[in-house]
Design a protein around this ligand. Structure first.
Ligand code: NAP
Length: 478
């Protein structure tokens, strides 16, 4: 079993304290990671601060070259890295491979965006004055990533921060640090200067407190649960550390009678079951117009039953392991709670027996006629569990879709262009997919409204998040 080291100030460091990493598909440890503590985090911040000026002064093109070289390194190690993602997270290999592709695309996108951190010149109002608006890197940045898309969600923070000229400290989730080690190796090979990128791991709250209380850290970009996000907001009040927060979701899918039904069934299937249902933009509530409800349910359940559950590294697996026992237990409790509340269990609903039996697998599950009081209609189940509910009018569908504290993604299937525009302007979500189950892309902003977060990643907004705007006024020109 390999014990992975941390990447601190240009060195690979074994701290002597380790944590085992469990493969959720087998329930067995397959690797270990070194851990640091608050004092180690402080040293990493000092190293980042020491490296800041040199990195900031590099040209955008020099920074872009390193990101492009890192993308090339990841491409050359694609298979190995995708295997790691599957072993840490449990997702099917093909989806891990897809995650590697999107990671490479993010690195390339932000390498290009680095050259576009434009300022502007504003016409002067007083004689002799001139006004420049310039944008400068925010400073030392900490990136805190979750386990569900461990590689790509790290890259969409690290790449823009580096592109903007900020030194970065990455803290991956405890469950999934090994692909972060490989990511760090690729950045090292690409020539990232000492201290500009560092990888830490260890007790999250302790590390988080140092990152928030240390005045050298100017920005924290966090993806994870709304609860932890709220605690970061509270604690950041002491230092006014800037926060970007990508938090929980509870995405609705609206299927109207005028939709292409095959497209809607396929779309709902993808957005629900991708990543074993453990996606922040996963369909959590599927609302179907009453006149097509039975037909949709029949086709959707038929395709759900045909999904192959299995160990992520096996061929043709659609549904991999859930990340841990806790995730599986929460999903089973949500199913039971929905049935107790009056929902109909159409298929699935049980833990699935796969391989040696040590992993955490759930049968893909469809629940029909789920009352709005059921827990799965209120909170993320984060599992392959699909609640389906009928609606009668567009107004009712929009009202139900928006009846949540979350607002990350929403989907609608319709062939009516006017309705599509009405939905675009009334669904309360940062990302809206109209006849599109996979709306997220490197070149468009991504983020939540309401309790799903603050700020945007990706697109040109993704670079803005790591830049400060400065006004420079010249008093006596000409
Ligand atoms: P989580 O428990 O909030 O953890 C996310 C990250 O925060 C992990 O690295 C975790 O470290 C760290 N963390 C935990 N407590 C912390 C603290 N007090 N201070 C600083 N860092 C702390 O979330 P998760 O269970 O990994 O991820 C699932 C959640 O993320 C879901 O709610 C999902 O919807 C959301 N998510 C949102 C997006 C989005 O783009 N909006 C994308 C993916 C996931 P440890 O692992 O060491 O505890």
């Amino acid at each position: 079993m390999t014990t992975h080291r941390l990447f601190l100030n240009g060195e690979w460091v074994d701290t002597g304290t380790h944590r085992e990493i469990v493969d959720p598909g087998t329930g067995k440890a397959f690797a270990a990671i070194s851990l640091t503590d608050r004092a180690g985090t402080r040293r990493a911040i000092e190293a980042a601060e020491a490296a800041r000026e040199g990195w900031t002064k590099k040209t955008a093109m020099q920074r872009a070259d390193i990101l492009l070289a890192a993308a090339g390194e990841i491409e050359s190690r694609r298979e190995e890295i995708a295997r790691t993602v599957t072993m840490e997270n449990g997702k099917p290999y093909a989806q891990s491979n897809g995650e590697v592709s999107v990671t490479i695309d993010h690195l390339r996108w932000f390498a290009e965006e680095a050259r576009r951190a434009y300022g502007r010149i504003v016409p002067h109002q007083a004689e002799g004055k001139r006004h420049l608006i310039i944008r400068r890197p925010v400073g030392v940045t900490a990136c805190i990533a979750p386990w569900n898309f461990p590689l790509v969600l790290s890259a969409r923070k690290v790449a823009p921060a580096l592109a903007a000229g900020c030194p970065v400290i990455l803290k991956p989730a405890s469950q999934t640090p090994v692909c972060a080690v490989q990511f760090a190796e690729c950045l090292e090979k690409a020539g990232i200067p000492k201290g500009v990128f560092q990888l830490i791991a260890g007790p999250a709250a302790e590390i988080g407190d140092e990152l928030l209380e240390n005045p050298a850290v100017r920005k924290i970009s966090f993806t994870g649960s709304t609860e932890v996000g709220k605690s970061l907001i509270e604690k950041s009040a002491k230092t006014v550390t800037k926060l970007s927060l990508e938090l929980g979701g509870h995405a609705p899918v609206l299927v109207f009678a005028d939709a292409d039904l095959d497209l809607a069934v396929e779309g709902a299937l993808i957005t629900k079951f991708r990543n074993t249902g453990q996606s922040c933009i996963a369909a959590n509530r599927i609302y179907v117009e009453k006149s097509i409800y039975d037909e949709f349910l029949k086709r959707f359940a038929g395709k759900t039953k045909a999904l192959k559950v299995g160990y992520g590294l096996e061929e043709d697996v659609d549904i991999g392991a859930m990340v841990n026992r806790e995730g599986l237990d929460t999903a089973l409790a949500h199913v039971q709670n929905a049935v107790d509340a009056g929902a109909r269990l159409v298929c699935g609903g049980n833990a699935a027996d796969v391989g040696s039996g040590g992993g955490y697998f759930l049968e893909p599950t469809v629940l029909a006629d789920v009352p709005s009081s059921a827990e799965c209609m209120i909170e993320e189940t984060f599992a392959p569990v699909a609640p389906v509910v009928p609606f009668e009018t567009e107004e009712e569908a929009i009202r139900e879709a928006n009846n949540t504290r979350y607002g990350l993604a929403a989907y609608a299937f319709t062939s009516d262009l006017n309705r599509a525009f009405r939905l675009s302007e009334s669904l309360e979500a940062g990302t809206i997919g109209i006849n599109d189950a996979v709306p997220s892309t490197s070149n468009c902003p991504f983020g939540g409204v309401k309790e799903s977060g603050i700020g945007r990643e990706l697109g040109s907004e993704g670079l803005d998040a790591f830049l400060e705007t400065h006004h420079v006024s010249f008093g006596s020109v000409g």
